[in-house]
Design a protein around this ligand. Structure first.
Ligand code: MN
Length: 359
């Protein structure tokens, strides 16, 4: 068999000899032969295809460990390798979308010297939590105040205590003075505090019977809302008649959807539909999504536990939110609709309007 020197092989596949030596060490691309005396590496022409694939995937920014998986799949099942690349790219796009929002907010924030107009805004709010018609207890907790909005959905043997503890830990933010800056850091610290409180409330954890809670909270700055989110409770905004969801569910199924491994139809009936990928629990260090959301006068925000979307379709939620004259009317209409649909789960809703102060 014709052997190529590392230099010739490098030229043919557009990888540097230095990169080739690294990929050999990582077992990503082993040379066909290593001279026992000189240590020189030799490759065959048949290895060029794999080497070129590695070079392309590097250009895509794929981590080396992932590249090895794709290459190994590629030799036996090219379609599976293609699916891996699609999944990788979907994840990159999802991560980029989060950073794009943050960048847009910062650009706007820094290029508007005076925010007198929006700094005058206030929240009008209401919260309602209901046991529903099936569950024996209400393990949800909901809170709405001048500055803090929060929904938590507890699970496990002491789920009620867990959701209560999380919301109570955050409620301290409601009475504190408005922060001059660093609102996301403030919220992040509060979530850490809430985690400690949940851990205490959940007590000693038995394997397979852990208690914990979701948490979706927004902190008002006077012109923006800082959002902390972990689990499958949700936040929406009704703006100009359209309803936008501003959180991603941290469920196993949502992550499969994001990576294109599951279609929305398959997701509906997936056995792990409700399995949480992330939450505040008695074990592990939870990682919440954190972001700033710029508010506009006329915005109506909705925070809810999964008991609402599992019972009431988005279209109906939008209609009820649009029709309600006040936040109080909205939370009543939404929880009533969930119960009219059988009330399969605890349901909690927090609604807040962004308004110019009247007095
Ligand atoms: Mn629930």
């Amino acid at each position: 068999m014709d052997m190529l020197t590392i230099g010739a092989f490098a030229k043919a596949c557009r990888l540097s000899p230095k990169a080739l030596r690294l990929y050999d060490e990582l077992e990503l691309l082993r040379p066909a032969r290593v001279d026992p005396d000189t240590g020189y590496r030799y490759y065959t022409a048949a290895q060029l295809e794999r080497a070129r694939l590695v070079a392309w995937l590097r250009r895509l920014g794929m981590p080396l460990a992932r590249i090895r998986e794709v290459c190994d799949l590629h030799s036996g099942d090219p379609a599976a390798a293609a699916a891996e690349i699609r999944a990788h790219w979907a994840r990159v796009e999802a991560e980029t979308a989060v950073r794009r929002d943050l960048a847009a907010f910062l650009v706007d924030h820094l290029s508007t010297p005076s925010r007198e107009d929006t700094a005058m805004l206030e929240l009008r709010y209401a919260a309602r939590s209901d046991r529903g018609l099936v569950r024996p207890a209400n393990q949800d907790a909901a809170y709405a105040g001048r500055r803090l909005l929060a929904v938590a959905d507890g699970y496990g043997p002491r789920g009620e205590g867990a959701s209560d503890a999380a919301v109570r830990a955050l409620a301290a933010l409601d009475t504190a003075e408005a922060p001059a800056g660093g609102v996301l850091e403030l919220l992040e610290d509060a979530v850490r505090e809430a985690t400690r409180a949940v851990r205490e409330a959940a007590g000693p954890q038995k394997a397979g019977a852990e208690a914990g809670t979701t948490l979706t909270a927004m902190l008002w700055t006077g012109s923006a809302l800082a959002l902390a989110h972990i689990g499958d409770s949700r936040a929406y905004v009704l703006r100009d008649g359209a309803l936008f969801r501003i959180t991603q569910d941290h469920t196993v199924v949502q992550s499969l959807l994001d990576e294109g491994r599951l279609t929305p139809e398959e997701a509906e009936s997936h056995p792990q539909r409700l399995l949480l990928l992330r939450s505040l629990s008695g074990t592990g260090e939870p990682v919440p999504d954190l972001r700033l959301h710029e508010a506009r006068p006329g915005d109506r925000y909705l925070l809810c536990s999964d008991g609402l979307p599992t019972a009431v379709p988005d279209d109906r939620v939008r209609q009820l939110l649009t029709d309600a004259a006040s936040p109080d009317e909205a939370v009543r209409a939404l929880t009533d609709a969930a119960n009219a649909a059988g009330g399969p789960d605890n349901v909690s809703c927090v609604v807040a309007d962004v308004v110019r102060p009247t007095a």
